[in-house]
Ligand binder design. Structure first.
Ligand SMILES: *Cc1c(COP(=O)(O)O)cnc(C)c1O
Length: 393
């Protein structure tokens, strides 16, 4: 994809030549190539559901849930309508509500804290570990109170939070852990899978996640049969039998069409993730070879953890200028996240926080996600790093 400009009129040949800034286009994410490889399979799965006319629950959803439980190494997987609803129904299943506090990171996608607030509980924010962008476990203990009802770590960008100390804190306080694993499908911590350590794990199949649906979908995982039944009950308005409601739940069902699409995509997940990991490793090589390591802070891989690179997030000085300059060169980037929870207008009622959250605030100023999707070519990876070198020169 090269774009060169030629003079439109003969007279233009006398003006100085235009510098073509775009010699290549590297979007942050492009799912076309991935789809091209599975198009026929996906379309026949969609036709299968259409022919069955069973769009809600049914065999497609059941098969999907069995396959996901196996893939993720848990006893139960429950398909739900989105990652946000996975968090919401998990909180409901644990009976978290008004008066309860849920300890979580101040630095994540909005849904993490939004779900806590929406069920009427109070999110309690903790700063991040600057190396991993994940919740700073050393600060969790001092935010816990007798009202703490759950811990909700987020496995941000595809690398799991430091679970061992969190599990210990949770056990001491006798509170459950809900893992926000929306960005971390297939990630591991000391060999254990994301979504398989806490009481409940929450996944999202939003199209930009490593395993993306064709719209919204999510999953709750657990190794606790009683909790699994509770989530299933809440997912369908608290009714085991039609029109007989044991508890008040909601409509948190996954569409059979999404389940069918995800069943086609799931067997490819390991290969797609490996491609992202290769791209991340290649970035490290290229950034080092370009002598940029003093200007660009690479994402850290903590020992014993498998990073699945839903995002490859670097830190750069003067981030906003770098982002704009990369954009001008055709390189797509994103800021995850520009505003931590404690600085959101909707959570101002929870403050003030006199000590602030200096690491989350610094990350919000410095972080920049580079394209890392599996189908990037080596030329594109080189172009991104060449562009970074030019912009940071
Ligand atoms: C994507 C995401 C969610 C929400 O998932 P949706 O499917 O978009 O509702 C929750 N938490 C995190 C960390 C996410 O990245």
């Amino acid at each position: 994809m090269t774009g060169t400009s030629f003079p439109a009129h003969a007279s233009d040949a006398f003006s100085p030549p235009l510098q073509p800034l775009h010699v290549m286009r590297v979007p942050l994410l492009d799912l076309q190539a991935q789809f091209a490889g599975i198009r026929d399979e996906v379309l026949s799965a969609v036709v299968r559901v259409c022919d069955s006319q069973r769009f809600v629950m049914g065999p497609e959803v059941e098969a999907f849930e069995h396959e996901m439980a196996e893939l993720l190494g848990v006893t139960d997987a429950i398909g739900v309508s989105s990652g946000t609803d996975a968090l919401l129904v998990s909180l409901m299943a644990l009976g978290v509500g008004p008066g309860d506090e849920v300890v979580t990171s101040t630095y994540s996608f909005f849904a993490t804290a939004g779900a806590v607030s929406r069920i009427g509980a109070t999110p309690v924010f903790v700063d991040i570990d600057p190396r991993t962008f994940n919740i700073d476990v050393a600060q969790v203990a001092r935010t816990m109170t007798p009202r703490t009802r759950a811990l909700m770590p987020v496995h941000l960008f595809g690398q799991m939070a430091d679970m061992d100390p969190l599990v210990e804190l949770a056990a001491q306080a006798r509170v459950p852990i809900i893992e926000d694993a929306a960005q971390a499908i297939g990630a591991r911590y000391a060999g254990r899978p994301a979504g398989g350590i806490g009481a409940l794990g929450c996944f999202s199949f939003f199209p930009s996640k490593n395993l993306g649906a064709f719209g919204d979908a999510g999953l709750v995982t657990t190794n606790d049969g009683a909790l699994a039944s509770r989530v299933r009950l809440l997912r369908t308005h608290g009714a085991e039998r039609q029109y007989r409601h044991r508890v008040v739940g909601g409509n948190f069902r996954i569409d059979a069409l999404q389940a069918a699409v995800l069943r086609v995509k799931a067997p490819h997940l390991a290969a797609w993730t490996a491609a992202r990991q290769r791209n991340a490793a290649r970035y490290r090589e290229l950034i080092e070879a370009a002598g940029l390591t003093s200007r660009i802070t690479m994402p850290a891989e903590a020992a014993g953890r498998t990073h699945i690179y839903n995002q490859f997030v670097v830190r750069v000085p003067d981030r906003d200028r770098v982002k704009t300059a990369l954009e001008a060169r055709g390189v797509g980037t994103a800021i995850y996240y520009p505003v931590p929870f404690h600085a959101q207008e909707c959570f101002s009622y929870l403050g003030p926080w006199p000590a602030g959250f200096p690491e989350a605030e610094r990350a919000a100023r410095e972080s920049l996600a580079l394209p890392v999707f599996g189908e990037l070519s080596d030329d594109q990876l080189r172009y991104v790093v060449d562009s970074l070198a030019a912009v940071l020169a």
